[in-house]
Design a protein around this ligand. Structure first.
Ligand SMILES: [Zn+2]
Length: 459
């Protein structure tokens, strides 16, 4: 028996509480086949890669993102705005999204994620000025070979209905529900090892109608899907829910049938202590987005407290326009810094942060059985990290702490479903340069910048 790929001379973080100092890991048919210490015999392999002593971890999992926003990164007119000012400044630009721009932004986002050690990501696509945008995302994911959980986002409340976005980016309820059904039928793969899944994701409690919340939950039951939304992200949401629904955001979330193990929410910054306990008990998971929270300058969830109360917590890089990067390594480091800044040096370790970025994210996506760890049988999604000898000079006693504390780490080799997609820090997609040029052209169009510079024209 010969395996497809063997990685040797590695420090392997297999799972929480299971590490191999100086070992090998074998991959066959897109799954983790086996692992062992250097002294133990490894199987024959078609290809062998030496990790040169570097750390190998499960691929990081991104539990909250808005990939299209990389078309408006660090957009100068709104960089110092509040969350609502930022949204109101960008919605009119995002109204220019179409299939081509969403395909390009998804492609770039996924390559950027791979370079930061992320092998599985969701995307919360809630702006739909044109149809078939999520179809375009799946096209990008399949071309790259990225493991993708699309979430069908939605907004029904425009400015005319007391919401924030212009009418051009909201949709009526029947259109949203019919398109959700269509996407599930076309793309959702419930089988083990799936590369493509679909979840339902109304944007937030204040941007969609009660019918969309309720019927999305019913649709999720019918097709056995995950549910996602932003929850308790901003104090204004409390005021809005009190006025419109006569309750808190969490109470409304419960009322519309979302307090279930199907759901994971982004942010969850402002619940009461009792509300956290109720949602933890219901099996709801949370995605913390440390960089986005700090960049916007609001609060941030107390991730370790949520975990202590039994809630599963993953990490997300959030929209590219708020965070402006998509490195899950950086999010993981920020989660560590934020946790320790909040509660002191004994409160959180690099392993806690890594557990959030791997198993926590897998829990958010409902895939802890096969993602977020490297036990035999898990999906072969893993990273050989690359750090310079300079950065690691003197770091001799704990490779996992060193990985998150020392200089920026990038993915040397990123493997998804047993396939090498980044090698020696370089993404292997041959079309990448063309995609980058086209992305620049589309970003200029969407940002309504002047004539495209000749060097940025394609074709
Ligand atoms: Zn978000």
């Amino acid at each position: 028996m010969t395996v497809d790929l063997l990685i040797t001379d590695a420090y392997i973080y297999v799972d929480h509480g299971h590490e191999i100092a100086g070992g090998w890991i074998a991959i066959k048919d897109g799954r983790i086949h086996s692992h062992g210490q250097d002294a133990q015999a490894a199987p024959q392999a078609h290809r062998t890669i030496s990790a040169h002593g570097q750390l190998v971890t499960p691929g990081l999992i991104n539990a909250h993102h808005h990939m299209y926003q990389n078309l408006t990164r660090s957009y100068a007119p709104v960089t110092n705005g509040t969350l609502f000012e930022w949204l109101q400044g960008l919605y009119p630009l995002w109204a220019g999204l179409d299939e081509e721009s969403v395909y390009l932004s998804t492609f770039i986002a996924m390559v950027e994620l791979l370079m930061g050690g992320c092998t599985t990501s969701m995307d919360h696509m809630y702006v739909h000025p044109k149809p078939f945008l999520i179809d375009a995302q799946f096209r990008a994911a399949r071309e790259i070979g990225f493991r993708f959980h699309a979430t069908r986002g939605s907004m029904t409340r425009s400015v005319e209905d007391g919401g924030l976005p212009p009418a051009s980016v909201v949709q009526d309820e029947d259109t949203i529900l019919a398109d959700s059904e269509r996407l599930v039928a076309k793309f959702h793969d419930a089988s083990p090892g799936a590369m493509d899944r679909v979840a339902l994701a109304p944007c937030s409690l204040f941007s969609v109608s009660e019918r969309i919340m309720r019927e999305s939950a019913m649709l999720a039951d019918k097709h056995d899907l995950r549910l996602h939304t932003h929850l308790a992200e901003d104090p204004d949401e409390d005021a809005y829910c009190a006025e419109i629904y006569g309750c808190t955001p969490t109470e409304y979330f419960e009322r519309v049938g979302w307090a279930s193990p199907r759901s994971w929410v982004a942010h969850y910054i402002y619940p009461s202590s009792a509300e956290i306990d109720r949602l933890a008990h219901a099996g709801v998971c949370t995605a913390q987005c440390p960089c986005s929270n700090m960049m916007i300058g609001g609060g941030s969830a107390d991730a370790m407290d949520l975990r202590r109360r039994g809630m599963r917590v993953g990490l997300g890089c959030d929209g590219s326009a708020s965070t402006d990067h998509a490195s899950m390594w950086l999010e993981t480091r920020m989660a560590l810094l934020l946790g320790r800044f909040r509660h002191g040096p004994h409160s959180m370790s690099a392993r806690d942060a890594l557990d959030m970025a791997t198993r926590g994210g897998a829990a958010c996506l409902g895939r802890e059985d096969e993602l977020g760890h490297l036990r035999p049988g898990a999906c072969a999604d893993l990273v050989i990290w690359k750090m310079s000898d300079i950065a690691l000079a003197g770091a001799l006693t704990d490779p996992v702490e060193a990985w998150l504390r020392c200089a920026p780490a990038v993915a040397g080799t990123t493997i998804v479903n047993g396939r090498i997609l980044v090698e020696d820090g370089v993404p292997l997609m041959s079309s990448l340069n063309d995609i980058l040029r086209a992305h620049t052209r589309e970003a200029r169009r969407i940002q309504r910048l002047s004539e495209v510079a000749p060097e940025n024209r394609t074709g």
